[in-house]
Write a protein that binds this ligand. Structure first.
Ligand code: NG1
Ligand code: ZN
Length: 531
């Protein structure tokens, strides 16, 4: 077949470095950018196969999110804006690791297993972050796509969630929104303005927000979006990419892990600030109090704020819809306690990685999911959306109920349900704070985080650690969990676990306890047990 000849010929232009083996991890392939050209070409091929199989548009995003600027990565986006299924992650790994001469036979194998009709049309959309390597790498993706005569559309520089949004819009005949960057800005800003315009006496100070763009794509896109927000939000942008290096001493991951503000931000006491990560799918908030102490409001606090707001509106609207919060093992114990015992919402814990949270959240009428690191969104079931829309239009409903339903309706429109989205999450948080008349300090005092610490440990082979119970217990190597249990027992309100990272060559250690001294000691001792 001519298609395979072209694959053979073109793949020679994207040679695989000898002996290199990569795995499709938590968020696709991620490693140093110079080892990724062949992977990109091959993911262009695989995205085309996936498109033929699903008869839908598939997305390919070139980014390494919070990793250092020198790294890069790629992930595939499935028709509804979700991550690809585990079977296809397996194919991605097989294809990426195939020797040059076996590439076509591995492809034919996938085609056979999935019974793909190669005469089907295909459509692939691509996007990339601002890394210097991303442009060439995304060209390699498009090279792979063109080998199989697939239709392609390159959105160029976009945030990861913007590409997810394009895929979802493209596959739902525009019902979700218009599949253009302008359509994205218009949909979100319209909902944001509708939510905030009726809030009385919002001062300019309350409308002001300091944003750390991590020197990445999020900064670029915030600048583009600002005019659409019509001064309802006044963003002061720092780390906008004009001079600093991507993710270096800034961005959501740095702020969350280091528990300190990014470099280059001029924070006044009490002022609301937030940081995006390198591809703008994560966000954390923070402020300095008048004594100069730093306060972090992470994904757990965001989930609490949003779920409280949604629950209140549902009660006001008289809608009987179940709100659940999905977290991972990294969620602060205080947040889980608060959600379960005070808020009385269902909380479930899944493995790390947004695909796990996303799937769990789909099980509920309204599923709020957030990783502690600020990656998350809200999913509304069809039933929930229909009930909200019906009530918002119901001529017999009371004004109070109708008002709540309209707020809910605009909230649905403001949320990017395809995936966690720093820009959309920021707007929803700003809207909730405005509507509820809350300061960032009010939000912070909803519950108090247990002191916690995250560490990274370099080991010879991180895969020797296998875990169970949503990664909260190590099954191998033998004895490791017993050592962790013994250490945890020495401290009050303590918890600790270890797991191999899916995006970096490290083992991650997490601990929490009643004081910072205790938790630092515990995390250190656990990291020694990992060696
Ligand atoms: P790994 O490296 O598997 O821990 C990290 C984050 C995840 C997720 C992915 C994808 C932590 C502890 N882990 O995964 O939550 O965001 O990156 O970017 O923050
Ligand atoms: Zn990211």
């Amino acid at each position: 077949m001519a298609q395979f000849e072209e694959v053979s010929q073109k793949s020679a232009l994207h040679p695989k470095p000898k002996g290199l083996t990569l795995q499709y991890g938590t968020a696709g392939f991620r490693t140093t950018a110079k080892h990724l050209d062949h992977v990109m070409f091959r993911m262009g091929l695989l995205a085309t196969l996936r498109s033929k199989k699903t008869k839908s548009t598939i997305g390919v995003m070139v980014t390494a999110s919070h990793n250092p600027e020198e790294d890069n990565g790629v992930k595939l986006i499935d028709p509804m804006g979700e991550m690809v299924t585990p079977a296809w992650e397996g194919y991605a790994t097989e294809l990426a690791n195939a020797d040059q001469e076996d590439l076509c036979s591995v492809m034919k194998d996938i085609i056979g297993k999935e019974a793909i009709d190669m005469s089907e049309a295909a459509s692939v959309v691509t996007g990339r972050d601002t890394r210097p390597s991303s442009e060439n790498l995304s060209r390699a993706v498009l090279d792979g796509v063109s080998c199989l005569q697939s239709h392609s559309l390159d959105f160029g520089l976009v945030t990861t969630p913007q590409l997810h949004y394009m895929v979802l819009c493209g596959n739902t005949n525009g019902c979700y929104g218009t599949a253009t960057i302008q359509g994205y800005y218009e949909k979100l800003s319209k909902a944001f303005i509708a939510l905030t315009k009726n809030v009385q006496k919002r001062t300019d100070d309350q409308k002001r927000l300091l944003v750390d763009g991590a020197n990445g794509i999020g900064a670029l896109k915030m600048k583009e979006m600002e005019p659409f927000l019509k001064s309802e939000l006044q963003v002061e942008l720092f780390n906008d990419g004009s001079s600093g290096k991507l993710n270096y001493l800034c961005g959501a991951d740095y702020v969350k892990v280091q528990q300190k503000p990014p470099q280059g931000m001029e924070m006044r006491p009490g002022q609301r600030c937030c940081s995006f990560d390198g591809d703008a799918d994560r966000i954390v908030y923070y402020y300095n109090d008048s004594a100069g102490h730093f306060h972090l409001l992470d994904g757990d606090k965001i989930a609490t704020l949003i779920s409280t707001y949604l629950k209140e509106l549902l009660t006001q609207a008289g809608l009987n819809l179940q709100v659940a919060v999905v977290q991972t093992a990294y969620a602060n114990g205080s947040s889980t306690q608060y959600l379960e015992n005070v808020m009385k919402v269902t909380v479930c814990c899944t493995k790390t990685g947004v695909k796990h949270l996303h799937h769990a959240a789909q099980e509920f009428d309204i599923g709020v999911y957030f990783e502690a690191n600020g990656h998350g969104t809200v999913l509304f079931s069809k039933k929930a959306e229909e009930q909200i829309q019906l009530l918002a239009k119901d001529p017999n409903a009371s004004d109070d109920k109708k008002h709540a339903a309209k707020l809910l309706e605009n909230t649905v429109n403001l949320i990017n349900q395809a995936t966690g989205d720093a820009i959309s999450d920021m707007l929803i948080i700003e809207a909730v704070l405005a509507i509820r008349g809350m300061t960032v300090q009010d939000w912070d005092t909803i519950y108090t985080d247990l002191p916690n610490r995250q560490l990274k440990v370099k080991v010879a082979d991180r895969r020797v650690i296998d875990t169970t119970d949503a990664e909260r217990k190590a099954v191998t190597p033998a004895g490791l969990q017993d050592s962790i249990d013994a250490l945890v027992k020495k401290y009050k309100q303590a918890r600790a676990f270890v797991r191999p990272s899916g995006t970096e060559d490290v083992v991650r250690v997490y601990a929490e306890a009643d004081t910072q001294e205790s938790v630092d000691a515990l995390a250190h001792q656990v990291s020694l047990a990992v060696y």
